[in-house]
Design a protein around this ligand. Sequence first.
Ligand SMILES: Nc1ncnc2c1ncn2[C@@H]1O[C@H](COP(=O)(O)OP(=O)(O)OP(=O)(O)O)[C@@H](O)[C@H]1O
Length: 321
Amino acid sequence: MDQQMPSAAVEMREVRKDFGDVVALDGVDLTIHRGQIVGIIGPSGAGKTTAIRLLLGIYAPTSGEVRVLGHDPSGFRRRDREQIGYLPQGFVLYPDLSVRENLNFIAGTYGLGWLRRRRRIPYLLSLLHLSDAAGRLAQDISGGMQRRLELAAALVHDPALLVLDEPTAGLDPVLRAEVWDIFRDLQRLERTIVVTTQYVTEAEYCDAVVLIDGGRVIAAGSPEALRKQAFGGEIVRVTIPGLNWRITEEILSYPFVMGGERGGDELRLIVEDAGETIPLLAERLRERGHPVSAIEEHRESFDRVFVRLVEHRGAGAATVA
Ligand SMILES: Nc1ncnc2c1ncn2[C@@H]1O[C@H](COP(=O)(O)OP(=O)(O)OP(=O)(O)O)[C@@H](O)[C@H]1O
């Protein structure tokens, strides 16, 4: 990476954005490092689009500070904007142009000369698996292909930072997974990707996640860190045939067990580090003569993680719900 470049692609400090009486964002602190895929995740009306528009300089914050690639977006020059690719919500292609013609047209609006286009467009068609569809009209290709073409359009000028507002909205889970594969390809090309989504499960695919609700950041960090924050630790699931309250209490008293609860023959334990704890626990249970039929790490779905974080507003908790 260029030593002159600031390491953070995006920084927000104490950002607030009001629309009249509506507080769309409040007290938002955010750092997005270069080369990361960062998901801004939250329900409808949470403030995701507002955050994106602040990054692009479409809105100015009511208070606080925004820096993107080292600059204040409200003072972006042409060369700053050229480093950013933006896919707005509900972006519409030209339906009666072919896939290749769409890209050619958009490349023209970015001022890409003929020579650069001749290299760039076949490259993008291949990167987004659209080469075979290059001659087909945009209106005749599938929804997934249209979304890939929209992504190609946002990439045509080879931006360092990609800002994508709900790029997977309305796609079925298979196509959504396909789009995320493409983000990973782009990451390998050292691009920074900021992506908003209402699909909480997509948090799993991000390097870092910013959960927002009601205009506030309720949690931020890696998916694993958020999972840990939601439940107060990692979860280990142990099945012991004939488990009773006496054995449960014994296990809960082990020094490496921070909490847990029982359901039938199964115990869900909260521990600091599941990988380290499982062998210790297995050893202790064997010594004590408890017949274990299964012991494994349990990874809660991100839906539950999100609900938990919203309920607890990031306070963490010592028991499994
Ligand atoms: N231009 C505007 N004028 C007035 N209120 C606005 C404006 N833009 C957003 N808001 C309000 O700010 C809040 C946050 O909206 P925003 O569009 O950022 O949410 P979002 O998380 O992107 O939602 P969605 O997923 O539905 O796009 C909402 O209450 C919305 O009604």
